[in-house]
Design a protein around this ligand. Structure first.
Ligand code: CP
Length: 307
């Protein structure tokens, strides 16, 4: 593949190749010399129009561990504040020799437009409420490393599905890899028909307590108050009471089940500190795996099989 814009870009063989390559990359992280020469002479641009901690830093770490040159661009403090368009910004970066552009943007579909304008590879690092495919890959990697497989797993994705690019990319990728996804949350935060539209076989439930005893993975989503405008939202206390993962709910899970969250978390709303910091939580592991997975993505797009 040339670009990674959506979970739908990945068939099972390509997704598995990325996860296997990430496992090889993870061994590099354990070595004394952490760098590989694979992308020496290549330039990766991190083009971030929206805030990020994990994704931006892990793409930077991934590119550097593959010996690429990295340019970090943040819209704040750039000529974007003077009205420069995405296209002109992209062409400027291309003129500086970008081989790959990793883009986060508040507008759904912005990475797809970018892919029409630049010669290099484009990686979607989160576009609006649309998709976040490398998050889905690192989540799948974490599930596979903790539980040994993806096919046949039962995964509950819980909370603010409406605004979640993480949920969309996870539904697409997990379905491709043979897992069964159930979207759980209040009806106001689960778009009508989203499950069927994304992947046939995806279930919807409004009852978290009923779902928990039957899952292998529970993935909590951040409640994205900043994207809700003035639309109705229950109080934090009401939301936590019905859909928050707390100690008693954790104990409803099967013994082997794991708890995930893409971060950043609203501690005390969708997840309590007791659960987030418990041994069942893979939240810190997900961040570490993100570097290996993003190394694999950059390697396969820029230095691997297709060049
Ligand atoms: N999970 C995730 O995308 O986190 P950041 O917004 O910190 O990159």
């Amino acid at each position: 593949i040339r670009h990674l814009l959506s979970g739908a870009d990945l068939d099972a063989a390509t997704a598995t190749q990325i996860l296997d390559t990430a496992a090889e990359m993870a061994t590099v992280a354990g070595r004394e010399v952490k760098k590989l020469p694979a992308l020496r002479g290549r330039t990766v641009v991190n083009l971030f129009y929206e805030d990020s901690t994990r994704t931006r830093i892990s793409f930077e770490a991934a590119a550097k561990r593959l010996s690429a040159d990295v340019i970090n661009f943040s819209a704040k403090g750039s000529s974007v504040t003077k009205g420069e368009s995405l296209k002109d910004t992209a062409l400027t970066l291309q003129a500086m020799g970008a081989d790959a552009v990793v883009v986060r943007h508040p507008a759904s579909g912005a990475p797809h437009r970018l892919a029409d304008w630049v010669d290099g590879s484009v990686v979607n690092a989160g576009d609006g409420t649309h998709e976040h495919p490398t998050q889905a890959l690192l989540d799948a990697y974490t599930m596979r490393s903790r539980l040994g497989r993806l096919a046949g797993l039962s995964v509950a994705v819980v909370g603010d599905v409406l605004h979640s690019r993480v949920a969309r990319s996870n539904v697409l990728l997990l379905s491709t890899l043979g897992a069964k996804v159930t979207l759980v949350g209040p009806p106001t935060l689960i778009p009508v028909d989203i499950a069927a539209a994304l992947a046939p076989g995806t279930a919807v439930s409004y009852d978290l307590d009923a779902v928990l005893p039957g899952v292998d993975v529970v993935m909590m989503l951040r409640v994205q108050r900043e994207r809700m405008g003035d639309s109705y939202f229950p109080s934090a206390r009401e939301y936590a009471r019905r859909y928050g993962l707390d100690g008693p709910r954790l104990r409803r899970l099967p013994d082997h089940a794991i708890v995930m969250h893409p971060g950043p978390m609203n501690r005390g709303m969708e997840i309590t500190p007791e659960v987030a910091d418990s041994p069942r939580s893979t939240i810190v592991e997900q961040v570490a795996n993100g570097v290996s997975v993003r190394m694999a993505v950059l390697y396969l797009l820029l230095g691997g099989n297709n060049r």
